[in-house]
Design a protein. Structure first.
Length: 133
């Protein structure tokens, strides 16, 4: 039981780092005009509330690192990041009125979301690798 709680807390911490990575990647894509070049209407402003929300949700999403995926840390981070990306594109953003895949924000919105989630997933997986997990 003690080992499970330890793994749970390490995965939550890795998810928090992943959430920070996601937030910064999405902000950077908007700030440097990548989303504009893709004709995607996403350009978040960097603020405490913006980062805090994504770090907390990232920690919750980091629990997917408990899944027994035995790939390289890079591949594990990328493939497991597809789970929160799918939840965003198929559940959360449509609930906010952006349509399935958030296509109302632009045709390439799924690509932007997957890239941002991948940045977070790879960051979290890198932390787990550094922890020996």
């Amino acid at each position: 039981m003690r080992e499970f709680v330890k793994n749970l807390s390490v995965c939550f911490a890795a998810g928090c780092l992943g959430g920070l990575g996601y937030a910064l990647a999405l902000w950077a894509m908007g700030h440097y005009g990548i989303t504009r070049a893709f004709a995607v209407d996403i350009a978040p402003h960097l603020s405490n509330g913006y980062i805090y929300q994504r770090v907390v949700w990232g920690g919750i999403c980091g629990l997917v690192f408990l899944l027994p995926l035995q790939k390289t840390w890079f591949a594990r981070g990328f493939f497991l990041s597809l789970i929160p990306a799918g939840v965003l594109l198929l559940l959360i953003l449509p609930m906010h009125g952006y349509g399935i895949g958030a296509l109302l924000l632009g045709t390439l919105t799924p690509l932007v979301i997957v890239l941002a989630c991948a940045a977070g997933g790879i960051a979290g997986s890198g932390l787990l690798r550094a922890q020996g997990k």
